[in-house]
Design a protein around this ligand. Structure first.
Ligand SMILES: [Zn+2]
Length: 171
């Protein structure tokens, strides 16, 4: 088993503004991740397509997109971003959604990511874009109107700086 030692990082989009959770972005994917949507999240296909296109324009590629009806849907495979319902233990009092990335201790690269999202915010503008940003390894960037702003209210569609660390990006 290659990935015995894994580190899990948790980030999310907050409805209120407070301290940044992740200040440095040091992790990225080696592969192009696939995306699985658990259907019970209520994420609409047009919303997902829109969110993925946002990142594709910045040079990212996704290996596949699939929708899963299984009740067991919830755990990402290696090489996968999964979009699933939150579990009981996570505090969602001031979060719209949250993302956990798993990093190989050996290579420091992201090997899987889990986006936790409620049906009530699943199709809200910018939320999925923001969480996919975390799934791709981006931390909060608290500039006004930035897609990675930690607060939804002061965020926007600005993508400034998001190309910098993508190693396969060709300008
Ligand atoms: Zn966030």
């Amino acid at each position: 088993m290659m990935f015995l030692n894994l580190i899990v990082l948790v980030m999310g989009l907050q409805t209120i503004h407070y301290e940044e959770l992740a200040k440095e972005r040091t992790h990225k994917w080696k592969m192009n991740p696939g995306v699985t949507v658990c259907n019970n999240t209520g994420v609409k296909s047009y919303r997902l397509t829109h969110a993925l296109k946002y990142w594709e324009k910045l040079g990212y590629k996704f290996d596949y997109i699939r929708y899963d009806d299984m009740i067991s849907c919830g755990e990402p495979r290696f090489g996968e971003i999964i979009i699933t319902l939150p579990d009981q233990k996570f505090d969602f009092s001031n979060h719209m959604a949250s993302t956990r990335i798993t990093i190989s201790n050996k290579t420091k690269e992201i090997v899987k990511a889990k986006i936790l999202i409620f049906p009530k915010t699943a199709n809200k503008d910018r939320v999925l874009e923001h969480e996919i940003g975390h799934a791709l390894g981006w931390p909060h960037i608290n500039q006004p109107y930035h897609i990675m702003n930690s607060s939804w209210h002061t965020g926007g569609h600005n993508s400034r700086g998001l190309k910098l660390f993508y190693k396969n990006y060709i300008d």
